[in-house]
Design a protein around this ligand. Structure first.
Ligand code: 3HC
Ligand code: NAI
Length: 725
């Protein structure tokens, strides 16, 4: 709703739709009514628009876009109505003015903001463009370069920057509402023509055409297959080429194109999925609604290798005092140096720099090799080598040294949380916190509860994710948890495709064209082939513990490819050694080029094993890789390892580079149609009966049998009895 109140001369219209004053149909109607009332009342000389509860508005109601009565299209005419008012209208911006919220403010004749307010046009991030004339007004107000940047990236900007850009007229530290009313009173009677943005020309640039051409190249490059940034660009370009009314018409056309695109639906699904996973629950009944987190006043990180360094950086950035521990002085010094480099870099990016982070202060960040220093910490994150015996030894030590309430977290990427917890006296305090590399960059934190993990421990880990500005997703304990478990069949298919006749660059290209930032082979080279090799040796799949006489391409009666092991035996660990599935300019190099050695090696390998090479088309590459990953997702849901498909999708978007505009693997499956996914899996499974990853999951089959229900209903088909499908 919008509340209307009349002061002596200034009418106040307050947007109210908690929690973020989204512009639903009801709010828009009330806004329109308020404007008309103010217009009709001769004692009203000016109008002030503000939002309830210290927030202006987060824009159109995103849920409304999927309903037949969409709220988006109705907003433009109301913004015009505001602008055409004969009485000055002032926007009082507190909290956020985003999307349609900012477009309302752009219709106002004056804008005043609280200094902590944030503004932006984030429509592009949900697959849309500012569809209430924002693409036409913003360039007129702040110029094409700044408008293009805001509209094509969706970035939120702080009030101080908004003031510099001329987006707001004034910023205040105290009461924004009072300041806006003062301003409204002051401008009564002043001419409004110069304040109406639709009447202003777009500021000229010396060479607009050249600027736009260059900007388009950049936008396309960053869009990575996503449609919205380019259409946002086109709408702004229209502002530079056409009169306001025609520009608005173009904006509407482009908005409709996006609105009906599958990408907008996928991105909006992803927006809500990210919020839905905050409401975690476990099969035993623990949930976000009843569990309270415990405070983390001091933390520790054990192991300052690849992951530990990034984790330390995250914790320092979140202002959590910290002890960083290594096994010996040599590794400690190496780790400290690496941490300092990361922190210096992060500090450069922040306002206030090193002083804000305060990482040179030993009371905030202490380096040690002494476990005794961990006596008073509230939370420990272990990030030592992926070795069960070592992890158990460390957790046993922690359980003796740390205070009983301390949360003991492991960053293991696949090992059994219950087994690690068994080494402690407090298994209820043990939890997996699986960061992704680089830990200070990647947004995902996979949170794994074990059999004994307490609800408080889960709530604390979720609270930690929030403090670190990460997306926490709570999942159950199984080998590889959710993310890596779904990744195994994907990688396995990629390697099988090589055996059958494909090439690394062909497989990578198909998956990169689909939208992954990096295909499976480039990714393996980046992560290091030795990581998986070590794990397979530990599992007895390769190496000295493999029983003599095991067939080269079979393990436990299933198809196995020794190709990655053979590469490792040749010292080809990927980027770090300059050779892997590709060759690199040097050890540590990043530019992958196809390696003739590998092609030769593959052909010899096929000859040795009598594999007939065949041409494999793009469709087969895509389907075998993606559908096997999705198939594992259905198995995970059926086992109760994750409480919904949204969890899997949020994990894949934030931790594995799944293209967000395709909504995550499970959402993608729903768009392809489950019957098609099933039929293709059946076909591939028949061709490869020794590959369990291609055998359709019982849950997928059940969903197809009950008529391919929409994704949000899937979990209702998993009754207690059928959860052992
Ligand atoms: N529509 C509907 N619901 C919204 C919403 C919106 N525009 N913005 C937020 N919400 C909901 C969230 O889903 C969440 O609901 P939940 O509690 O049921 O999970 C609740 O409001 C609170 O949101 P957050 O949990 O995200 O709260 P934060 O404080 O972390 O963030 C925010 C607040 C920065 C406003 C963030 O919610 C946000 O970025 N919102 C989306 C803004 C946006 O994209 N606006 C553009 C809309 S499209 C548009 O305006 C089209 C126009 O050009 C025609
Ligand atoms: P790493 O080999 O780079 O670093 C491990 C560090 O632990 C080394 O610096 C080592 O000196 C230290 N360490 C070993 N024993 C120790 C002890 N007793 N006390 C203190 N420190 C000790 O390993 P990385 O890659 O950082 O992995 C760490 C953990 O994170 C592993 O469990 C791994 O599976 C997991 N992980 C790794 C990811 C990656 O991409 N590298 C991604 C996600 C999880």
């Amino acid at each position: 709703m919008a509340q209307y109140a009349r002061g002596s001369t200034v009418a106040v219209i307050r947007l109210c739709n908690p929690p973020v004053n989204a512009l639903s149909r009801a709010v828009l109607q009330a806004l329109e009514d308020g404007l008309k009332k103010a217009d009709a009342d001769p004692s009203v000389k000016a109008v002030m628009i503000c939002g309830e509860n210290g927030k202006f508005s987060a824009g159109a109601d995103i849920r409304g876009f999927s309903s037949p009565e969409r709220s988006g299209g109705a907003l433009g005419p109301i913004v015009s109505l505001i602008e055409s008012s004969e009485k000055p209208v002032v926007a009082a911006i507190e909290g956020v003015a985003l999307g349609g919220g900012l477009e309302v403010a752009l219709g106002c004749h004056y804008r005043i903001a609280h200094m902590k307010a944030r503004m932006g046009l984030p429509e592009v991030t949900i697959g849309l463009l500012p569809g209430a004339e924002g693409t036409q007004r913003l360039p007129r107000l702040i110029g094409v370069p700044a408008a293009l940047e805001m509209i094509t990236t969706g970035k939120h900007i702080p009030a101080t920057e908004a003031l510099k850009l001329g987006l707001v007229d004034e910023i205040v530290e105290e009461n924004t509402i009072e300041a806006a009313i003062r301003l409204a009173n002051k401008v009564i009677g002043q001419p409004l023509g110069p304040r109406r943005l639709s009447l202003k020309p777009v500021p000229k640039l010396p060479n607009m055409e050249a600027f736009l051409d260059k900007a388009l190249v950049k936008v396309k490059k960053q869009a990575w297959g996503c449609l919205a940034p380019e259409l946002c660009f086109q709408a702004v370009r229209a502002a530079t080429e056409r009169p306001f009314a025609e520009g608005v018409r173009r904006e509407r056309e482009l908005f409709q194109v996006l609105l009906s695109s599958g990408q907008a639906q996928a991105l909006q699904y992803a927006f809500f999925a990210e919020r839905a996973v905050r409401r975690w629950a476990t099969p035993s009944g623990a949930s976000w609604s009843s569990a309270a987190p415990q405070p983390v006043r001091k933390a520790a990180v054990i192991g300052l290798g690849t992951m530990g360094r990034g984790i330390v950086t995250c914790l320092v950035k979140a202002n959590i005092p910290l002890v960083a521990l290594e096994q010996d002085l040599e590794n400690l010094n190496k780790g400290r140096k690496a941490v300092m480099v990361l922190l210096e870099r992060e500090a450069m990016k922040m306002e206030g720099g090193a002083q804000t982070l305060d990482f040179h202060n030993p009371a905030r960040l202490q380096f040690t090799v002494d476990f005794d220093q961990l006596r008073d910490v509230d939370l420990v994150i272990e990030a030592v080598f992926e070795n069960m015996a070592l992890k158990k030894e460390i957790f046993h030590k922690l359980s003796k040294i740390c205070k009983p309430g301390a949360l003991l977290c492991t960053n293991t990427s696949a090992l059994n949380i219950d087994e690690i917890a068994s080494a402690t006296n407090h298994p209820q305090q043990v939890i997996g916190t699986h960061f992704f590399s680089p830990a200070h960059v990647m947004r995902l934190l996979e949170i794994i509860y074990g059999r004994h993990t307490s609800p408080t421990a889960i709530a604390t880990a979720m609270q930690l994710a929030k403090a670190l500005k990460k997306v926490g997703v709570v999942v159950g304990n199984c080998f590889g948890f959710v993310g890596n478990r779904m990744m195994f069949p994907y990688i396995q298919q990629a390697v099988f495709l090589l055996e059958e006749g494909s090439r690394p660059e062909a497989v990578d290209q198909v998956l990169e064209d689909f939208g992954f930032k990096i295909g499976p082979f480039r990714m393996s080279d980046l992560a290091g082939l030795d990581v998986g090799w070590r794990s397979r040796k530990d599992q007895g799949l390769t190496g000295p513990s493999l029983p003599a006489g095991t067939p080269a391409r079979q393990r436990h009666g299933q198809r196995y490819s020794p190709l990655p092991d053979l590469l490792c035996e040749q010292g080809r660990f990927g980027q770090k050694t300059g050779r892997g599935w590709y060759q690199y300019e040097k050890a540590g190099g990043r530019t992958a080029t196809p390696d003739p050695w590998l092609l030769n090696f593959l052909s010899q390998y096929r000859d040795t094993h009598g594999i007939k090479t065949r041409f494999i088309d793009q469709e087969e590459i895509l389907e075998r890789c993606l559908f096997s990953l999705i198939n594992e997702g259905f198995a995970i849901l059926a086992e109760g390892i994750a409480s919904g498909p949204e969890h899997l999708d949020v994990i894949y978007i934030n931790g594995y580079g799944w293209p967000k505009h395709r909504g995550g693997p499970m959402f993608y499956a729903s768009t392809v149609g489950l019957p098609r996914v099933l039929a293709k899996l059946q076909k591939y499974s028949e061709a490869h009966p020794d590959v369990p990853g291609l055998r359709p999951s019982a849950f997928l089959k059940k969903l197809v049998a009950v008529g391919n229900p929409p994704l949000k209903e899937w979990m209702s088909y998993l009754s207690q009895q059928s959860s052992k499908l």
